[in-house]
Design a protein around this ligand. Structure first.
Ligand code: PLP
Length: 406
């Protein structure tokens, strides 16, 4: 047995695809301790610096005092404590939706919701760069899955036409992300809404990297574009900009009632600890304040500053408009080497490889936070430019132009 794994692990190493865990000896923040060294952290999704915020910690501690640590049962049995209810009320109010349902994670929200919405008689249309949780949810549903090239409206339209013609009774569900997790670009939401209306489809939008970052009070991309009511199923996570843990779905009351009855990842698991629900509620309330909005605007100042420092960043798309800035390298080993060089300079920027991104599309994934100082942003910009240009730039550029890199 163990020899079999050794062989497989060796194969991963040979392709520069082996991964291992890194122990972080501190709370999340703009600086973290990695095996005894302090590094400036450009690797987390804690976009607003809320993961270690006193306001959230206070809310969590108070909930532990009043409600204990464990929820003790699943939500439908006796695990729905007052903090869970308060969280769902807060999400619905913040997102201006009729109702909301909280899950243990964004992953659980996706793998529970898609099989509740679609069965093997139905069709799910999935953007090629959709997060693994959406891919897994689509597969688990047993529905016919049609993948369209990233943000390709023409291909999506022809898939929809095909489904309307060949499977006229099937439910049609379009699934995409507001901000793509490894590319940082946005979905063309206005056009997607037009298509979904024309073909009488349901639209599920995963706002994991958009909430807290885009839209008034961080309500996301749909809110920024005034399209909240056109998105049938709004999905998001409480674990990124909101700094806590958990996922949510919001939409109509009947949708939420249906998921409460049918989403297996909601039903067959213990309710999340009440302290996490209380902390997430505190995060949502903070986003609604003037101070919260100011924090979000600070994030945008930092993003704009970094983009100024990296005018020629080899990103994947001109639609990059988020706190995620990919620096496409192409070759897996080269991406690891560049990440290692940055780490030697005190900067933690992760190299992202297959299977998180396509083979040969390895990259540095830079994430900006409101917690970064301007000096930290400048340091990253200067260092990355120096390292990439001197050691990696020409080769990376050559690979990209030959179509290998992206
Ligand atoms: C992170 C992520 C998820 C999963 O959310 P978790 O709360 O971390 O489980 C889902 N969708 C997208 C696009 C993500 O980036």
């Amino acid at each position: 047995m163990s020899d079999l794994f050794q062989e497989q692990l060796q194969a991963l190493r040979a392709q520069s695809l082996h991964r291992k865990l890194r122990e972080i000896g501190s709370a999340q923040g703009s600086e973290i301790e990695v095996v005894g060294r302090h590094l400036v952290n450009f690797s987390s999704n804690d976009y607003l610096g809320l993961a270690n915020d006193p306001l959230l910690k206070k809310a969590a501690i108070a909930a532990i005092e009043n409600f204990g640590v464990g929820a003790g049962a699943s939500r439908l049995v006796s695990g729905t404590q007052s903090p869970h209810v308060a969280l769902e009320v807060a999400i619905a109010k913040w997102k201006r939706a009729p109702a909301a349902l909280a899950f243990s994670s964004g992953y659980a929200a996706a793998v529970g919701t898609l099989p509740a919405l679609a069965s093997k008689r139905d069709v799910i249309f999935l953007d090629k760069l959709s997060h693994a949780s959406l891919v897994d949810g689509a597969r688990l549903s047993g529905a016919t899955v049609r993948v369209f090239p990233h943000n390709h409206l023409g291909k999506l339209e022809s898939h929809l036409e095909w489904a309307q013609r060949e499977m006229p009774d099937a439910r049609r569900i379009v699934v995409t992300e507001a901000v793509f997790s490894m590319d940082g670009d946005q979905a063309p939401l206005g056009e997607l809404v037009e298509l979904k209306k024309r073909f009488d489809a349901i639209l599920l939008l995963d706002e994991a990297h958009a909430v807290g970052v885009l839209g008034p009070h961080g309500r996301g991309l749909a809110a920024e574009l005034g399209l909240e009511r056109q998105v049938d199923v709004q999905m998001g996570t409480l674990s990124k900009a909101l700094g806590v843990s958990g996922g949510y779905i919001c939409g109509s009351r009947s949708l939420i009632d249906w998921l409460t009855n049918r989403a297996r990842s909601f039903i067959f698991t213990t309710a999340p600890p009440p302290a996490l629900a209380a902390a997430a509620t505190a995060a949502i309330e903070f986003l609604g304040t003037a101070e919260g909005e100011e924090r979000r605007l600070t994030l945008w100042k930092r993003i704009v500053r970094l983009l100024e420092k990296l005018p020629a960043a080899p990103t994947t798309s001109s639609r990059t408009k988020s706190a995620i800035i990919p620096w496409i390298v192409g070759d897996e080993q080269r991406a690891l080497d560049l990440a290692r060089s940055l780490q030697q300079e005190g900067l933690l920027v992760p190299a992202i490889r297959y299977p998180t991104v396509a083979r040969g599309a390895a990259r540095l994934r830079i994430t900006v936070s409101a917690a970064h100082t301007e000096a930290q942003i400048v340091q990253l910009g200067d260092t990355l430019r120096r390292l990439a240009v001197s050691d990696y730039g020409p080769v990376a550029a050559e690979r990209r132009s030959s179509g290998v890199g992206t």
